[in-house]
Design a protein around this ligand. Structure first.
Ligand SMILES: Nc1ncnc2c1ncn2[C@@H]1O[C@H](COP(=O)(O)OP(=O)(O)OP(=O)(O)O)[C@@H](O)[C@H]1O
Length: 239
């Protein structure tokens, strides 16, 4: 699997200047790549282009050489789009209802709920759980679509720092276990450094790629390593 963005340029309707200009990115199977950059540099727009929700006027986006189409990748948008009238369980099972070939049973879903500490909320409605819990549900829903590529738009942005650390550990273990390819947006430079193989720094008219010099598997002790602290500082300067 290779996800390729080639000379992608995108301008919002009614805008004059492109927000994404001549962007080239190559993401290989199993990679964990983070997109960072100041607010408004187009990170969320890039994910929407990859999902096919937005269509670029110039350039191409392909998976294994085939033009991407809607539904090819799993996507967790910045704002969780849980259906308010469906329980936690029924929100997670949506993928299996739409995609008949997806092997996902309620028992599987229950096991995942257990792993993210939500087993007691299976029958709760989205407005009966906290923002952080909703994010975990949205995350599970995206992950359990069975797609190899997962696009996560600031999935841990609204979590307190302890829950965030737990979710990071959980995400790393899942990523390894299920062999997913992840494109992850974050404003948290420590998080980008800790989770990723590669960081893509977006600036207004340029892109810089930075390899993360930490070995796998990652563990929480590395958060205090000189490599990570140094990288974080370097990113802060570059941004
Ligand atoms: N529908 C739209 N029409 C016109 N401009 C838009 C539209 N949606 C987003 N933009 C603009 O495009 C730019 C990029 O937005 P985008 O959400 O991709 O940035 P981002 O880097 O993800 O920002 P953040 O870090 O704040 O989430 C912003 O300046 C935004 O105002």
């Amino acid at each position: 699997m290779t996800l390729l963005l080639k000379n992608v340029t995108y301008t919002f309707p009614k805008e004059k200047k492109p927000i994404i200009s001549d962007l080239n990115l190559k993401i290989e199977k199993g990679e964990f790549v983070s997109l960072i950059g100041k607010s408004g540099t187009g990170k969320s727009t890039i994910l929407k282009l990859i999902t096919g929700l937005l269509k670029q006027a110039l350039g191409e986006i392909t998976i294994n050489g085939q033009p991407i189409s809607l539904g090819d990748v799993g996507y967790m948008p910045q704002k969780d789009l849980l259906l308010p009238w469906r329980t936690v369980m029924d929100n997670i099972m949506i993928g299996a209802e739409i995609q008949k070939d997806l092997q996902l049973t309620k028992e599987d879903a229950r096991n995942w709920l257990k792993r993210v500490g939500l087993i007691d909320y299976e029958q709760a409605l989205p407005n009966q759980i906290s923002g952080g819990m909703r994010q975990r549900v949205a995350f599970l829903r995206a992950m359990l679509t069975g797609k190899e590529v997962l696009l996560l738009d600031e999935p841990f942005g609204a979590l307190d720092s302890i829950t965030k650390k737990e979710m990071q550990a959980w995400l790393l273990s899942i990523w390894q276990e299920l062999d997913k390819t992840i494109v992850f947006i974050t404003h948290d430079l420590e998080e980008a450094s800790y989770l990723s193989d590669r960081i893509i720094l977006l600036k207004q008219y340029s892109v810089e790629e930075i390899e993360v010099p930490l070995h796998r598997p990652r563990h929480a002790d590395m958060l205090h390593s000189s490599e990570l602290v140094g990288l974080r500082r370097e990113l802060e300067k570059k941004i």
